[in-house]
Write a protein that binds this ligand. Structure first.
Ligand SMILES: [Zn+2]
Length: 145
């Protein structure tokens, strides 16, 4: 069982605040080995998506379960200082939803990858999810006989 101690949680929260988080690196590596090429953190797009496929107009957000309020074990709301955490998490969720709405209006497709989906046992499922979202990798599509 991976019970999260308060210390681990606060270390976790600090870690997910950084730009190149471990879950994001896992997704990037997965995309790279499967032949997808992408750009990172395009600030001019709503929500500054973490991984962007400009030609395909597809954007991926990699969200930390705690900060973005995922309905999973890692996303459980803290029992202490709720008056501090809950509004922060709610604000993040509102911002996330607004960015996705705007991107859709601009004709973009979006995918949210949750931190818990990048855990080792879930990576096969994640790879399928990424392939379904992106379609064939351009490198294979370009190979001519
Ligand atoms: Zn989660």
């Amino acid at each position: 069982m991976d019970r999260i101690t308060p210390e681990a949680r606060s270390a976790n929260m600090k870690a997910v605040r950084r730009k190149d988080t471990a879950p994001e690196m896992i997704v990037r590596r997965l995309l790279y080995v499967t032949g997808y090429r992408y750009r990172l953190h395009i600030k001019k797009l709503p929500g500054s998506p973490d991984i962007v496929f400009v030609g395909r107009k597809k954007a991926i957000f990699v969200h930390g379960c705690f900060w973005h309020g995922h309905e999973c074990r890692a996303g459980r709301r803290p029992q202490s200082r709720q008056e501090y955490w809950l509004p922060k998490i709610a604000r993040n969720q509102e911002r996330d939803a607004a960015a996705i709405r705007q991107l859709h209006r601009m004709g973009w497709n979006t995918l949210v990858v949750w931190q818990c989906e990048t855990n080792a046992p879930n990576r096969i499922t994640l790879e399928t999810k990424l392939r379904d979202f992106l379609g064939a990798a351009s490198t294979t599509a370009k190979i001519s006989p």
